[in-house]
Design a protein around this ligand. Sequence first.
Ligand SMILES: NC(=O)c1ccc[n+]([C@@H]2O[C@H](COP(=O)([O-])OP(=O)(O)OC[C@H]3O[C@@H](n4cnc5c(N)ncnc54)[C@H](O)[C@@H]3O)[C@@H](O)[C@H]2O)c1
Length: 341
Amino acid sequence: MEMQSIEWSLAGKTEFFLGRGLLKSPLWIEKIRSISTRIALITDETVAELYGRILSQQLGAHLFTIPPGEKSKTREWKAQLEDQMIERGLGRDTVLVALGGGVVTDLSGFIAATFCRGIPFVSIPTTLVGMVDASIGGKVGVNTEKGKNLIGAFYSPHSLFIDLSLLDSLSIKEIQNGLSEIIKYGLIANPSLLSETVTMEMRVREGIKIKCKVIKHDPYEKGMRRILNFGHTVGHALEIASKHKLSHGEAIAIGMVVEGTLSGIDTAPFFKPFDIPLRWPKSIEVSEVLSALERDKKARAGKARFVLLDEIGKPRSFEGAYCTEVPLQRVEEALYSYPYC
Ligand SMILES: NC(=O)c1ccc[n+]([C@@H]2O[C@H](COP(=O)([O-])OP(=O)(O)OC[C@H]3O[C@@H](n4cnc5c(N)ncnc54)[C@H](O)[C@@H]3O)[C@@H](O)[C@H]2O)c1
């Protein structure tokens, strides 16, 4: 098991292990038990059936589960899990292991940040989004009815175990969600990721490297970190306009095509080899997307801001702001002329 150390400046170092079949080696158990032998493992019910029950037995961990999906990423579930952990007698000497997608790692990381004023946290992402995005960068938190990720903290895992074989059970839709983020990394930083021939291991490794580098440069999102939002301004508006029927990956893929148009670059061909759907849902009116854009939390005075590209792999700097307002007429034109309907 090859160990590397990754660093993002907000929370020091995280031990990082990546490989296929990593969890078959006893080393991951030894590593976690060397932090503490009192272990809580949080996962969702789907992942519990696939991996969680067996892994928690091997680890000698207390197992806690939540229903799968975004609806569990709440303050209420955080409180329930904390109460269950206290009832089992777990305290400050506990290490908390998160096994799951971004929902589980975001929620568990936030629990670890506040339980007994902070306990060590180990992340084992089981989705591609979790591996290349959610478990990287130290953002943890929950949603409220008013919006996503409104309550949270920066809290980085002590260690991160990425076992690519966990992806074998993942649905195509969830793989595509992760691939959309990887294509984003290709479009903003490393065009070699846009090639079909790159292995999944390289995609994950390079995706993590890019995210870590950007975050280290700009931990508080004052400038360069914004490039990670390429495609997300339009993508978020589409998710809202579709009442979340479009998945995040589908919405940001369309977002990257529209924001590519605003940049004068056709990004659509890069999605085709990965079979990522770019179809604009019939039920969504452009006017709904425009009003969601006005309410975007990153908008200034009702004017949405966009990350634009100078060329593939090179975001436009805008004097270090890395985003800009675009005249409404140009945004409307790009949306109305979207070719995949
Ligand atoms: N903290 C961050 O920086 C950050 C970044 C990106 C996304 N996120 C958050 O991540 C969440 C989305 O994460 P996600 O896309 O992983 O979704 P998810 O956690 O809801 O997982 C998606 C589905 O896949 C199932 N699943 C997970 N692993 C599986 C496996 N190996 N095999 C079969 N099924 C499996 C889950 O049960 C779930 O139904 C959102 O809440 C988002 O806000 C956070």
